[in-house]
Design a binder for this molecule. Sequence first.
Ligand SMILES: [Zn+2]
Length: 132
Amino acid sequence: MIRDKLERFMRGRYGQDELNRVLSVSALVICGISLITRQPVLSSLSIALVIACLLRSFSRNTGARSREAEFYFKLKSGMFRFFRDTAERLRQYQTHRIFTCPSCRQRCRVPKGKGRVRITCKRCGAKFIKTS
Ligand SMILES: [Zn+2]
């Protein structure tokens, strides 16, 4: 009975997706923080997130909701790439030094502690001397 009614109500509506799950979990976390810190701004934010989540679920404009989800996935993968690249760069700074080619601005990686080295740019072939 109730299930049928709910199914009929949700027909043609967007429903749940990963973005909505992230929004609702964020709302819960922010709500918890607002209870501890007693910041009215945070409780308003968590309520706004819950409302956004409900509006998205019940929306009949599935095209727009899909585009929002797509934007979210792009943002998410961009953030993952940023953190992965930053971690990789930090790891390389321990063993390598990075110099910038004076003629083409290409970044050249040289092992640390090799003294004065003649670096050949891989992109333009320019040669320059640096201390690694
Ligand atoms: Zn170069």
